[in-house]
Design a protein around this ligand. Structure first.
Ligand SMILES: [Zn+2]
Length: 348
């Protein structure tokens, strides 16, 4: 495809956005004109993104019209069953065992194996940071309470929180994900945050990779604020447009995921939105292994766009790939502003 103007979808299914949806500025400091949706089979046409010259967020300047957005989720994966090779299954099984032992210990269910695993992941600290984030830091804030997960996917997180004494409820737009989560014996509603009764109150709300998917992120944050008790916690995570990964991989960066990611934030813009909505404090957490995950995923996308003519070229590319992924992980561990993912905790 040579033409940047080839739209991935019929024109009437899409809309152009020429001002930043967050700060209304028309200044653009960077743009991507050839974004490919790798989940559409086969990929066809391009999406476009601007980076706002004023607040620095990325927003799709050619995006699906709200009415047609469900077409972008036909091949989505939140409800998929675990697949993969035998070694992948073994690694997943081992990770599950370590994670459950970690949660038991963090949730004050002490066992010998829990002590050993907890000590191990604190020594191998990127793994410890990864488990902290996977458990959405719930053990750090309070022991139990009422918890709402918006965009709960297959309900894995809610099941863990429920096992540790939290009263949990989840919502998700994806009917297949709702069915899988319900099969775990959880209370799950089909839809967005607006299906929750406005009189309900929660101690903890989580938005795990949700805010980048919505058309009106400020409204979502304000709804979370209204549903939280005083002193309650909003936990959210989203790809960071200021990350070193985006600077390195550009249109092949995994965090872009067009056209499902409508807006991509940086720390300053997201923190400001939270404080403007009434939250009294915002804290950034460190995520372990996200450089490895985002690096490997982005390398996978990059490999779809280049080819190697010889084994030597293939070998060299593998070495460069390894160096890039390791660098990404080190930088994201050391530099708060350049992390691959923004993991923020806001207190009402
Ligand atoms: Zn802006």
């Amino acid at each position: 495809m040579e033409n940047d103007d080839v739209s991935a979808w019929p024109v009437e299914w899409t809309e152009e956005v020429n001002i930043c949806p967050l700060c209304n500025s028309d200044s653009v400091c960077n743009h991507e004109n050839r974004l490919i949706d790798w989940l559409s089979v086969p990929p066809s046409g391009y999406w476009r993104m601007n980076v706002c010259g004023s607040c620095g967020v990325g927003y799709l300047s050619l995006r699906p019209a709200v009415k047609y957005i469900q077409n972008a989720y036909k091949n989505y994966y939140t409800h998929s069953k675990n697949k993969g090779s035998l070694i992948n299954k073994y690694l997943r099984g081992m990770q599950k065992y370590l994670y459950e032992a970690f949660c038991d210990h963090a949730g004050h269910n002490y066992t010998v194996s829990g002590y050993l695993v907890y000590a191990l992941v604190r020594i191998v600290f990127p793994l410890g940071l990864y488990f902290d984030t996977k458990s959405r830091h719930i053990f750090k804030f309070r022991n139990t309470g009422r918890l709402l997960d918006v965009g709960c996917g297959n309900g894995e997180f809610l099941e863990m929180a429920s096992r540790h004494g939290w009263e949990v409820i989840g919502v998700d737009f994806d009917q297949a994900a709702v069915s899988v989560a319900k099969s775990r014996g959880l209370i799950i509603l089909h839809g967005g945050i607006d299906v929750i009764d406005s009189n309900e109150k929660f101690d903890f709300i989580s938005l795990n990779h949700v805010i980048e998917h919505v058309y009106d992120p400020l409204k979502l944050i304000q709804s979370c604020y209204a549903l939280l008790n005083d002193g309650g916690t909003l936990w959210l995570e989203t790809p960071n447009i200021d990350s070193i990964g985006y600077a390195l991989y550009k249109s092949n960066w995994r965090g872009l995921e067009p056209p499902r990611h409508i807006m991509l934030f940086n720390k300053a813009a997201l923190s400001e939105m939270l404080l403007k909505s009434g939250f009294v404090s915002v804290e950034q957490k460190s995520h372990g292994l996200s450089g490895v995950y985002m690096g490997l995923s982005s390398e996978g996308l990059l490999n779809k766009t280049v080819s190697c003519s010889s084994m030597a070229c293939f070998g060299l590319r593998k070495i460069i790939m390894l160096l890039r992924v390791i660098s990404l992980e080190l930088i994201q561990l050391l530099c708060k502003k350049r992390k691959e993912l923004l993991t923020l905790v806001a207190t009402r």
